[in-house]
Design a protein around this ligand. Structure first.
Ligand code: ZN
Ligand code: FE
Length: 256
């Protein structure tokens, strides 16, 4: 059977996600930005929260955990070993290469340092779903707060190497702003122009633009396209090392 996934907005632009394994009823929240909308989504489906899979320690990803656990005391909290102290309430610590299960569905833990040092992504390989947290966004990427841009770039390359049909859930609905920035550095990219129009229409109707698909990110996400001559030229870095182009692009986005 396939995983069932629900997503909804939390706080201002965080994405709340529930993942349900129909075989056993196991249900995971991906991060816990805000308990109330997560609890409302659980009630609506009549699902019992069994797991919280934490991607990184930032408050807007963990602040709902205590409240969720007061309602579902059996829920087990899994998160990156490297951020166990910062998160403070992990029942299970994971690192790169570990496998965890939601019912019979296996997920690989992928270390993606950059936005934070211990950031992890959860890849349900047979289901072709990735929960990327604040590492990769639709047409964008997270800010490297705790590592160099080069480290974040290596993490993004790991994700970019997954199968292209992988559906990607991200930590935030930043797509519209990301599309505008992407167009500013890759204006001749037809796929990007079409996508920017499509997401503008989706957002105008109040719909979320996620999940995205890796195939689409490879075609339109400038942070995965730093080896492209057009993007290098728009930054004045033709022929430069992609990691250097990435750093310059990230710096420009920080100032945008
Ligand atoms: Zn964050
Ligand atoms: Fe965040």
């Amino acid at each position: 059977m396939r995983l069932e996934i629900r997503e909804f907005l939390c706080l201002k632009d965080n994405i709340g996600v529930l993942v349900y394994a129909p075989e056993t009823g196991a249900t995971a929240a991906i991060d816990a930005p805000d308990a109330e909308p997560i609890l409302a989504a659980l009630r609506k489906e009549n699902w019992t929260l069994t797991d919280i899979l934490v991607t990184h320690h930032h408050a807007d990803h963990v602040q709902g955990i205590d409240r969720l656990r007061s309602v579902f005391p059996g829920a087990r909290v899994t998160g990156p070993a490297r951020e166990a102290t910062a998160i403070g309430c992990l029942d299970r610590q994971v690192e790169d290469g570990d496998t965890i299960n939601l019912g019979p569905h296996a997920a690989k833990v992928i270390a993606v340092p950059g936005h934070t040092l211990g950031h992890v992504a959860y890849w349900f390989e047979p289901d072709a779903v990735l929960f990327a947290g604040d590492t990769l966004f639709a047409m964008g990427c997270g800010r490297p707060f705790e590592t160099s841009p080069a480290t974040l770039y290596r993490s993004l390359l790991k994700l970019a190497a997954l199968p292209e049909a992988t559906r990607i859930y991200c930590g935030h609905e930043y797509t519209l702003a990301n599309a505008r920035f992407a167009l500013s550095v890759d204006p001749r990219n037809e796929a990007l122009r079409r996508r920017a129009e499509a997401v503008a229409a989706q957002r105008a109707e109040g719909r979320l633009t996620l999940p995205t698909e890796l195939r689409l990110e490879r075609a339109t996400n400038p942070f995965l396209r730093v080896a492209e001559p057009d993007i290098q030229a728009s930054l004045g870095l033709s022929g430069a090392d992609p990691a250097e182009v990435f750093a310059a692009l990230r710096e420009r986005k920080n100032r945008a």
